[in-house]
Design a binder for this molecule. Structure first.
Ligand code: GUN
Ligand code: ZN
Length: 450
């Protein structure tokens, strides 16, 4: 906990002022494979000034505090994280909250795993209390892992979206969620209809989209479980409301690709199915994107869509290796994701270690600075939310975390033998997990304290 206030906070004055002191790191752009020094800022003795939940200034502590208006320094609540790494909150670009209860279900591959474990788990969400208990559990676990924003699949049941958004709203979180659209090739108790799915989505949009920090994301599960009519209506709804988001899955598994070819014989490719129905533009987020060629990556990027890189899930289900470097070279927006429940944990630090190993398999090991960019600003850019979150630029919402460099004996031992920031960050991403999370702040306030 914060040394100065020990978790206690001073009563809110009319304007709430906070100062955060620690080793500050944030990104202005992707540092790439070469640690571009113009892409990031690090302040070894750094400070954040937060006013009413938003970043007012970030910089070296001495300069920041010297430039404060009269009275601010004296009246501010100080969060002293000296010795810890202070980062913008992690952004998890793709997860299924109803699948938290089937994490670590013996795999085989995507389609068997969906039938054997995922669909039965999602069917249990017909019970609204199961949805409410799961939503509270997942949101609290996200905070404990340092994740402050996520793009989240619910189930086909509209009340599963209500449960998730209510849990996020109660904790003041910026979150995206949507009701799964799925009108074929799934169990009857999880099936909607093209018209019914749209009517449910519209009601949820009216209830939740733009309420506080929440945004609605239209959620066709993936091409095989939606009829052409459902995809067509979904594209129409997406185009009709500026600001709506869309999330789905694309090119995850070779059997899935064959299936899409059979189901949509007149379309040129899996990607072409989504493009045809207007489901691959700005604010559309496609999980996996493993089995795409160079022209498809360029085409996805040119349309303004984004990819969610889910290395843990891709290893767990044996889906393949996402080519991060080729995707970024093609100009594609990429965020990092756990893809719970095919991913086996909520930690984006663990996801970074998995991303590094996937990169190794492709001959392009992920550098640490690019990794921490992906987990913060990269995710915000993939979600088109970088004007709100993902960095410490003035005006951004003050969601941030403090990480302990030496949370385990192995980390402490290794850190004593590092000499550069890049080395320390790399050791943190390879050896770290939720044990490193000292505190998670939402709009300036401590929402989780270790
Ligand atoms: N493709 C369609 N649905 C799913 C899902 O729930 N998880 C994963 N990993 N892939 C999918
Ligand atoms: Zn998924």
């Amino acid at each position: 906990p914060c040394r100065r206030c020990r978790g206690r906070e001073r009563p809110m004055s009319i304007v709430s002022n906070r100062l955060v002191r620690g080793q500050l790191l944030h990104f202005l752009a992707d540092p790439g494979m070469g640690d571009d020094p113009a892409a990031w800022q690090f302040f070894d003795d750094g400070g954040l000034w937060i006013r009413d939940g938003r970043i007012q200034a970030a910089g070296p502590w001495a300069a920041l505090t010297a430039a404060l208006p009269p009275g601010v320094g004296e009246s501010a609540t100080v969060h002293d994280y000296r010795g810890h790494l202070v980062l913008p909150g992690f952004v998890d670009c793709h997860l299924h909250y109803p699948q938290a209860g089937v994490i670590a279900s013996y795999g085989r591959q995507l389609l068997d795993w969906l039938n054997d474990y995922v669909f039965p788990a999602e069917a249990r969400f017909a019970d609204a209390s199961e949805a409410e208990r799961s939503a509270a559990f997942v949101v609290d676990r996200l905070l404990a892992h340092g994740t402050t924003t996520a793009s989240v699949f619910a189930t086909v049941h509209p009340h599963s979206v209500d449960a998730f958004f209510a849990a996020a709203e109660a904790r003041g979180l910026r979150m995206l969620c949507g009701k799964v659209l799925m009108d074929r090739n799934c169990p009857p108790d999880l099936r909607d209809t093209a018209a019914g799915g749209m009517a449910d989505s519209l009601r949820l949009i009216e209830r939740w989209h733009g309420r506080g920090r929440l945004r609605y994301s239209l959620t066709p599960r993936f091409a095989p479980t939606s009829s052409p009519e459902q995809l067509r209506l979904c594209g129409e709804l997406l185009a009709s409301q500026p600001g709506l988001h869309l999330q789905t899955h694309l090119a995850e598994n070779p059997c899935e690709l064959d299936w899409v070819r059979q189901l949509f014989p007149t379309r040129g490719s899996y990607l072409d199915v989504y493009q045809h129905y207007g489901l691959a533009g700005p604010r559309s987020l496609h999980a996996h994107c493993i089995h795409l060629d160079a022209a498809e990556r360029r085409s996805l990027a040119a349309g303004g869509a984004a990819a969610a890189f889910c290395p843990g899930s891709n290893l767990f289900l044996g889906s393949g290796f996402f080519n991060l470097d080729a995707s970024r070279e093609a100009g594609l927006r990429v965020g990092l994701a756990t893809d719970i429940g095919a991913g086996t944990g909520f930690s984006l630090l663990r996801a970074l270690a998995q991303a590094y190993e996937v990169g190794q398999a492709l001959g392009a090991p992920l550098p640490a600075l690019r990794g921490f960019y992906l987990a913060t600003l990269g995710g915000a850019q993939a979600l088109y939310l970088d004007d709100c979150i993902g960095s410490f630029q003035p005006g951004r919402e003050a969601d941030f975390i403090a990480l302990d460099w030496a949370a385990t004996p192995e980390l402490a031992w290794r850190m004593e033998r590092t000499t550069t920031l890049a080395e320390r960050l790399f050791a943190l991403m390879m050896l770290g997990d939720e044990r490193c999370v000292v505190a998670t702040h939402v709009m300036g306030e401590a929402a989780f304290v270790r």
